[in-house]
Design a protein around this ligand. Sequence first.
Ligand code: G6P
Length: 616
Amino acid sequence: MCGIVGYVGKQKAASIILEGLKRLEYRGYDSAGVCVLQDGQLEVAKKIGRVENLTKEAAKHRFTGTTGIGHTRWATHGGVTDANAHPHVSSDGKIALIHNGVIENYGQMKTFLTGKGYTFKSETDTEVLCNLIAYHYAKESPGAGGSRFLESVRKTLTHVEGTYGIAVLCVDCPGEIVAARKASPLILGVGEGEYILASDASALISRTQNVVYLKDGELVHVTPTAFFISTLDQADVSPVVDKITWSIQDAELGTYSHFMEKEIFEQPVALENSMRGRFSEDGSTAQFGGLNLTAAELRQIDRFLFCACGTAWHACLVAEHLIERFARIPVEVDYASEFRYRNTPLHSNTLFLVISQSGETIDTLAALREAKRKGYKALAINNVVGSTLAREADGGIYQHVGPEIGVASTKAFTSQLMVAAMIALYVARMRDMSFSDGVQYVNALKGAPDLVRKALLQAPHIRAIAKRYAGYSDMLFLGRLSLFPLALEGALKLKEISYIHAEGYPAAEMKHGPIALISEKCPSVFFAPNGEIFPKIVSSMQEIKARKGPIIAIITEGAELPPGLADEVITIPECHEAVLPIVSSIPVQLLSYYIAVERGCDVDKPRNLAKSVTVE
Ligand code: G6P
């Protein structure tokens, strides 16, 4: 949420910052801005709308400086206007600031600063922070140059309540940026004779793979030749330089029209990457390197509690089904945003797990911290290496699916389902699952990428269906057991990218409310895999059909529907129960994607949404 880029080096900063902003646009896209320090001035261009608009606006300026900052905004305080876009410059013209997060006590600060003669052009909390830095800068004794700049930022931040990732320029300090973070991600790229700051690696990967992940409460002072990290209470920090393992190609569209499309089709390989090296030599169970729990500790676990937000929460619901079904251990799932305030009673043998693609979702982080505060081991399933979540969790499992850029999660979701299936196997094999059932389960998981490849072959058929259904305004998604979460996910995918109202429900529960919505104007998407419960699902379909509701049925090979019952049929391969949710994801992802494309929606950047939600 909100993207930050900063540059200090020998190149013209503006073009590097604009390129970085383009790559960060999925974090927020209601407005964007850039500020370059040149000719003793802070030159600013900002514009509402996409980075494209900013690029046109920036072309009207003569940006030549080699130090600068830029921002893509997802509005929190103040509407979407040019004035509210970042960077903000202090009213004395000394300080420029970009900010990701929320300053809670900005009201008091604004009153204080107004009393001191500072003025404001925007309605944002960020401009208040900017002026407060300028106030402290003016008060700091001159002489110490850059350190006066650093200390003014440090002093300001000690008065701040809230969250922030910031990058600051000072008109008197060419070649310098001070940046800091608390609950909003910030990475420093260490390039050849240059430094790039960014909210995530995709903005700097084209210039360097060497990065330093800043921690909460740390500040970095970047100068033309070096960088220094310290804490809010002035302790020096020795930096650890990590290497990003993916490359610029992973963050580019290639021949695809949208990142969502690319990421849907990347799923077979993504699943292979999530499984790599994670099965025991005898092929009967899973193994994980980073759980930081002994087998004895794991055997004592008698309850799981999963927390997450959005699509990752749906992955938790699938985990619940698989762990209870195969390992017979009770699982509870909570929204991270609810858990943090609900004061849920936890039992000593509960294992707390969070799932998050980005590892930066503020509510998920808060849930993890709350569980840790209560003394529980808290593990994370997470995609982004080096994320705040990965660093704060007691242990965990990386998904290894590379960058996911489309706002609507696809490959990260199926990879989370794969990890959940592996966890279910791992704990089941520590209990009652036999060796041969384990081998069968492992082989099923290993076969999942090919089954997904097969399901993806349905794309042209699903595209044709999408053309026929793109004009509806309401849709229901219905599924049972492990596919009830898929009904929720199908509905979420459709509503978030095509703006069609959609609801997910357990198929049989449909009689208790949603059936009132059924008419020829409200189609239902049914998950109807072969199996014990198939006849029950067929009955639910009959009830919809009797009320003239159009039906799209997703069946597994070999399932036979009564003739004429479904208006559209999508067939996916028959598969093991642990793999079924993964393979069933493909048709609903493709259906939502093609419907959104048909409706002319901006698939990768749906309105009002952001990829990584770093505010409460
Ligand atoms: C946002 C994204 C969703 C994502 C959710 C949780 O709402 O748009 O796609 O599922 O955040 O994100 P996380 O990074 O924690 O998985």
